[in-house]
Ligand binder design. Structure first.
Ligand SMILES: Cc1cc2nc3c(=O)[nH]c(=O)nc-3n(C[C@H](O)[C@H](O)[C@H](O)COP(=O)(O)OP(=O)(O)OC[C@H]3O[C@@H](n4cnc5c(N)ncnc54)[C@H](O)[C@@H]3O)c2cc1C
Length: 439
């Protein structure tokens, strides 16, 4: 390593690289810096709507799963803010997202390895080093950790609609504040769609809410014990060794384990609709239509309104609704960021054109083996549905730290999983994560 080259440069400071920074903070011999384009830490600010809640336990924080004595745990945050006892007394079934975001911000303010207001514009590789262009500065590093999150996934029919009339839910907090229209369609039956509908119900100005989902019903997140085993490092090891066709099929089937609506949100919404439709209608009458099993196939702008055409999978009929604005709660997708343009031809991709990730979350690429490019939040199809979630963030950071150091800095040994996923006689090597406990 040259004197001024980092061991690792992290690009983007969302929860995932923040977790890596927090884990590396316990290893002073590693020189790492993380760069973020925002001026300060923010966690999905566009979806910080009133009353939104976490879908994961606070024990699945940035560090605890593999480093429970770290000063950067959620429990340390509670103690530092002198509300440990009150937090327990509040008996949250789901913690408010605002509080978890505040925890993340507290960690971000405490770590010294982070630089904000530093958008990475270009990465190049030469002479066993990556060079990062950040404004007028150049940063050198032997390894990279890309944690830039995902971009909004927009349906093709929405692309031609004016941005003043149709926007992704990631902008909701700002846009809803100024939206002065009577008829709104929310597209998407996941957690974000449900949260938007809940927020719209607070507004007395909205006269019509059309909630449209492709799924056959407004379906719950499956957070039951055996499904939660999918969020266990031992499962990830078995999953990663499968051929791609099986991995894609499994993730497709497991959709509701990660992308369903929290039971608490469903109950809250149902009770609000019950109240509004049956018990005490608001003074200004409004129409709320829940339309599951509808696939929007076209959208046409007609003056100041939008006509949506849908195929109803329940009875195969075609329907239309007319609204003034459309909110697209249609998910996110990973794309390799533009700053990686010069390296793209060297990076292996799968059948979906996603980068291929090795078990330690490094890209498979045609470059020097000791210049690794770790990528976070890009492994749904390589490591399973837990990879884009907070559940395994602390563990993944420990896997990356061990790979970086070439030794078992963090103990990743797992007890035998409750469920046997892989066959006894696959001939595949045992998971390196199961370690001592393997039979
Ligand atoms: C609304 C919402 C709620 C969620 N709630 C939960 C939950 O309760 N439980 C759970 O397990 N998962 C949840 N998730 C899923 C997942 O945990 C989050 O999406 C998480 O934020 C992913 O972290 P990340 O670090 O990959 O990306 P992000 O949080 O998107 O952060 C990426 C960062 O990279 C920065 N960046 C991008 N490009 C550059 C660049 N060129 N240079 C410098 N910086 C750059 C961005 O500004 C951003 O700050 C939620 C997701 C959403 C959208």
């Amino acid at each position: 390593m040259t004197a001024d080259a980092l061991d690792l440069a992290g690009i983007g400071i969302g929860p995932f690289n923040l977790s890596l920074a927090a884990q590396l903070d316990s290893i002073p011999t590693v020189s790492a810096r993380f760069f973020e384009r925002r001026r300060e830490f923010a966690w999905h600010p566009g979806m910080m709507l009133p009353g939104v809640e976490m879908q994961t336990s606070i024990l699945k924080d940035l560090v605890t799963a593999t480093n429970p004595t770290s000063p950067w745990s959620f429990l340390s945050y509670l103690v530092a803010h002198r509300r440990f006892y009150q937090f327990l007394n509040a008996e949250y079934e789901a913690v408010p997202r605002r509080e978890f975001a505040d925890y993340l911000g507290w960690v971000a303010r405490g770590l010294t390895s982070l630089t904000f207001d530093a958008a990475v514009e270009e990465v190049r590789a030469a002479d066993g080093m990556f060079s990062l262009r950040i404004g007028a500065d150049t940063v050198l590093a032997r390894n990279l950790s890309i944690g830039v999150g995902k971009i909004p996934a927009l349906p093709a029919w929405a692309e031609a609609l004016p941005k003043t009339m149709a926007f992704h839910n990631s902008e909701a907090a700002d846009r809803l504040r100024d939206l002065r229209v009577r008829r709104i369609a929310v597209i998407g039956g996941g957690q974000s769609g449900a949260e938007i509908v809940d927020a719209l119900l607070d507004s007395q100005d909205v006269g019509t809410i059309e909630w449209i989902s492709r799924r056959p019903n407004f379906e719950p997140l499956d957070a039951t014990p055996f499904t939660n085993e999918l969020f266990n490092p031992a499962y990830v090891g078995d999953f990663h060794r499968l051929p791609e066709s099986l991995r894609l099929a499994h993730t497709h089937r497991q959709l509701l384990a990660s992308d369903g609506i929290s039971a608490a949100t469903l109950k809250k919404l149902y009770r609000r609709l019950y109240e509004e439709k049956l018990v005490a209608p608001p003074p200004k009458n409004r129409e709320i239509s829940l339309r599951p099993h509808r696939n929007v196939i076209a959208a046409a702008k007609n003056g100041s309104s939008i006509e949506l055409t849908m195929q109803n999978g329940f009875d195969n009929a075609v329907e239309q609704v007319v609204v003034d604005a459309v909110i697209l709660a249609t998910g996110y997708r990973f794309v390799l960021p533009d700053f990686m343009e010069s390296l793209k031809p060297l990076i292996a991709v799968n059948s979906l054109d996603e980068p291929v990730l090795a078990e330690d979350f490094s890209l498979v690429w045609d470059g020097p083996a000791d210049n690794r490019i770790f990528v976070l939040n890009a492994g749904r199809h390589s490591h399973g549905i837990a990879e884009p979630q907070l559940s395994l963030a602390a563990w993944r950071s420990a896997v990356i730290a061990n790979a970086l150091l070439g030794r078992d800095q963090f103990d990743l040994g797992q007890p035998l999983p409750i469920v046997r996923w892989a066959s006894d006689a696959t001939g595949l090597p045992q998971s390196s994560y199961i370690g001592e406990a393997a039979e």
